[in-house]
Write a protein that binds this ligand. Sequence first.
Ligand code: ADP
Ligand code: BMX
Ligand code: ZN
Length: 291
Amino acid sequence: MSTLAIDIGGTKLAAALIDVQRQVTARRELPTPGSRTPAALREALGLLIAPFAGQAQRVAVASTGIIRHGILTALNPDNLGGLAQFPLVDTLTQLSGLPCVAINDAQAAAWAEYCALPGAIRDMAFITVSTGVGGGIISNGQLLSGREGLAGHIGHTLADPLGPPCGCGRRGCVEAIASGRALAAQAVGDLRGLDAKTIYAHSLQGHPQARRLIEQSARAVARLIADLKASSDCECVVLGGSVGLAESYLSQVCAFLAQEPAPFHTPVIAAHYQHDAGLLGAALWAEEYQS
Ligand code: ADP
Ligand code: BMX
Ligand code: ZN
């Protein structure tokens, strides 16, 4: 059975076929629409999946936002251009004519990455540093989603009480300091108006402000990892997302984590499935959910 997996992020939409051997084929991407109305997102999803017609037996979606009863509710609507709610499962069932399940993107990626770890590991956390900062927690071999679907939304834990306001309504969240959107929002002077990818490229070339912004991001993520170690005694943390996977980001996070006291240390590794973790996780989750 082939699964059509879809990953909805704040910056890009991805889709691919996942076969029984868990191979990702025919992967394609589109930008998340600029005008983020429900109609625009529905239209973009239609365009994204059109080439897959007749090639899959079910749809599995990993999406940014709190996913509960098949509905996407944004915790931070700014990441989706103000879009607060979207009927994810109904829309994709209508567009594809196939049965559909949906799960939060970082929870999905956590599940895929957990499945790729050695079997002895039972407790781990996944962090994506991407448009936002998302997370998924595996405790004693189980993915935590929570009654309200909020479990793992660790990007909205406190990094700095005096930090910038976050779109979730809190102030100084990890996401408001470390995410791709935060990097762009905090940039001033010659970096103002640039996206995180471009700011990151400047940091690699030694631009002082860009380097400070990336360091600040990596430091906030390292402190988050120490907090996760303290709260869950995770055996490792897996890092993903386009910022999290960018050159030298992981080594910066590890250097900041090494500055914390030893009981808060845990191995930090790059996502095995790289940019496909959400897609694969949704497909693997659908296998569990529908078997
Ligand atoms: P999504 O959040 O849609 O899942 P990504 O994981 O690609 O998508 O994260 C998007 C964020 O990552 C944007 O802020 C973008 O500017 C930034 N980004 C994309 N590519 C890179 C890169 N090579 N290096 C650093 N940042 C990147
Ligand atoms: C936000 C939140 C999470 C999501 C995370 C990463 C929204 C719309 N999203 O914290 O649900 O997992 O961003 O999302 O409230 P991404 O778009 O960066 O992949
Ligand atoms: Zn927040």
